[in-house]
Design a protein around this ligand. Structure first.
Ligand code: SF4
Length: 612
């Protein structure tokens, strides 16, 4: 349902379609979002789903009238409090939304007429992000017109307590699959088919004597290799039948679930994994089989991996094999930011052209507050190696962590200036309090108080506060310590915006010139200029390609003959010339090797294995 993505299929639907086929249960999947995009126009759909902030929930709000009937006071309050005040939408945008709202009821009528619902016993909705209200609106009308239909909901919006409360509030929903539904949904259908109660299936919320009852949680799927390859045929069919075909398509790929870092040190703000933090990955054989199948079947060469974090074992297994595949396939992966140069080179060789590294901050203190397990200079060295190997890093800069200080902002601003020529963040914003995150589990321990569902929820769900506490995924909060308010984010935000908008950032390149190195600097205001490094300076600057302490440098055999004062003066000069950054006793060269260092020479494979 709207506002699902148009350019990519739904992994959940693709998996369940294939799983049911495997179990011999006839099934069809409908991507009704295409019909809504056709009705309102692709530009309007993309504006709503890509440009408006998703935590404003404008897409969900559009369908509230279709779900609840006219509520002029609630609507006026939403427009004022959420869109005008919090998100500063102008009157033109509000008018645009109001006009789009008129398409919701006709669209639902179309959904009721376009599918032969009487041929089905069960209809399941997947709901993530802003799909909830449109899905509920259709479910309600479906149930009214076809009372025998058994309606099931699942997806991230229905996990755990959220699903239980939504089920309690919406009688048109017969059952909920909470969490991973690979086995629970087919098991629920089998139970219904055999006349058994849903109570016999784990991971289900169902109705018993008018009350919502949850069965014990289902175990996590341990063996991802045993899952079927997703069936995206219905997405292809519905996409081709719509006018949306012009939007570039992306193939979705799942090679892992959960997060190995979070299982060790859960980042304080992260609720991404819900109740499925334990890390599991497909074997390299299975992953490669799936990639080849999807490529051949759908003829789409760009794969976006849904994995929350790349399996580090893949640096030894899957990625070298992808590097040996025929050229043409490219990939997106989310990665932990403390990769080695060799690993970044291997990503590039394997066709991973875009990554989302968990950079989040350029302050050591803030990274520690969020338990990220990286340092600011490790983040910078990753951005540098990405530039060197042509990998695009899409990263976020977050601020507003409890405990953050004015010094953290000053450190961030200074580092930002030094690395201005590298990739700016793709997004920025204050840290959120999300369900399933450590912040949500124990807000007081982190100095968070007055935790409450984010401002839009009361306008989307006309229930009391207790209910909204169960339904919400995003929360607002206050800081406990009024004596130590957070620093004003204004200057940071202003500088990030400028960085993101600046298309003339210059470059800082490292070239070889015989035995010497040449640092070519065409950044403003100093550039263009060239700085020549001789003799041991070349070794020192090269060694700082990755973060090094001064003492670590002094111990290197190639620098053993260099006096301590000489080395310190050289490092001071590099920092002064802005070709190196220093953080306490750590140093990092900034110039980007051109051409890229040949990390993948045969002799380096051992190094890659050791690093992995
Ligand atoms: S933010 Fe990323 S690394 Fe941290 S727990 Fe979440 S998924 Fe894992």
């Amino acid at each position: 349902m709207p506002f699902g993505s148009l350019e990519r299929p739904s992994l959940g639907l693709g998996l369940l379609q294939a799983q049911l086929q495997r179990a011999g249960m006839p099934c069809d999947t409908r991507y009704l979002a295409f019909a809504f995009a056709d009705a309102i126009g692709i530009d309007e759909y993309l504006w709503l789903s890509r440009e408006l902030p998703y935590t404003a929930f404008a897409g969900d709000w559009l369908f509230t009238e279709a779900l609840y009937g006219p509520r002029p006071q609630a609507d006026a309050a939403y427009l004022d409090a959420v869109l005008r005040r919090d998100w500063r939408l102008d009157e033109a945008a509000i008018a645009r939304l109001l006009a789009l709202r008129r398409s919701c009821r006709p669209f639902l009528e179309h959904c009721l007429d376009a599918v032969p619902w009487e041929r089905f016993d069960v209809v399941g909705f997947t709901s993530t992000f802003e799909q909830n209200i449109a899905s509920l609106a259709l479910a309600r009308q479906l149930k009214a017109r076809h009372p025998a239909l058994f309606v099931v909901f699942g997806g991230a919006n229905w996990e755990a307590t959220m699903g239980r409360e939504l089920h309690r509030r919406f009688p048109c929903v017969d059952a909920v699959c909470s969490g991973e539904a690979d086995h629970t949904f087919p098991a629920l259908l089998a139970a219904l088919d055999e006349g058994r109660s849903p109570a016999t299936v784990r991971g289900i919320v169902h109705r018993h004597r008018g009350r919502s009852v949850a069965t014990p949680p289902a175990p996590l799927v341990r063996d991802l290799d045993a899952l079927p390859i997703p069936d995206y045929e219905p997405w292809k069919r519905d996409r081709e039948a719509s006018s949306v075909g012009a939007v570039a398509a992306t193939m979705l790929l799942e090679t892992g679930r959960g997060c190995w870092w979070g299982a060790k040190s859960h980042c304080t703000f992260c609720g991404l994994n819900g109740g499925s933090l334990a890390f599991r990955a497909k074997s390299p054989d299975r992953a490669l089989e799936e990639i080849r199948h999807l490529r051949e079947h759908y003829e789409i060469n760009f794969f976006s991996a849904v994995d929350n974090i790349l399996d580090m074992a893949y640096f030894r297994t899957l990625l070298p094999r992808l590097a040996a595949e025929p050229p043409g396939m490219t990939f997106f992966y989310e990665v932990k930011a403390n990769l080695s140069a060799e690993q970044v080179a291997l990503l590039a060789a394997a066709g991973v052209t875009t990554i989302q590294p968990g950079v989040e901050s350029l302050s050591d203190h803030v990274l520690k507050l969020m338990r990220k397990g990286t340092t600011a200079l490790q983040n910078v060295q990753l951005l540098k190696w990405c530039r060197e190997h042509g990998v695009r890093p899409e990263w976020n800069l977050l601020y507003g962590f409890p405990g953050e200080t004015a010094q953290d902002h000053a450190d961030t601003l200074a580092l930002m200036d030094a690395i201005w020529f590298l990739d700016a963040p793709s997004g920025y914003g204050p840290v959120r309090l999300d369900r399933f995150a450590p912040y949500h589990e124990d807000p007081a321990a982190y100095g968070m108080t007055n935790v409450r569902p984010m401002a839009p929820y009361p306008y989307l769900y006309p229930f009391g506060r207790d209910s909204l506490d169960q339904i919400a995924y995003y929360f607002d909060y206050d800081h406990c310590d009024a004596d130590q308010p957070l620093p004003d984010p204004g200057p940071l935000v202003e500088r990030v915006r400028r960085w993101m908008a600046d298309e003339q950032r210059g470059a800082l390149r490292l070239l070889r010139d015989g035995e010497d190195s040449l640092v070519v600097d065409d950044r403003a205001p100093a550039g263009p200029r060239g700085l020549r490094l001789h003799g041991w300076q070349v070794a020192a600057y090269d060694a700082c390609d990755r973060v090094r302490t001064r003492d670590g440098l002094a111990r290197m055999p190639a620098l053993a003959h260099v006096g301590a004062d000489q080395l310190s003066s050289f490092l001071d000069a590099c920092v002064a010339q802005r070709i190196m950054v220093r953080n306490r006793d750590q140093h990092l060269s900034l110039a980007v090797a051109s051409p890229a260092r040949a990390w993948l020479a045969a002799s380096d494979h051992d190094a890659i294995e050791a690093a992995a």
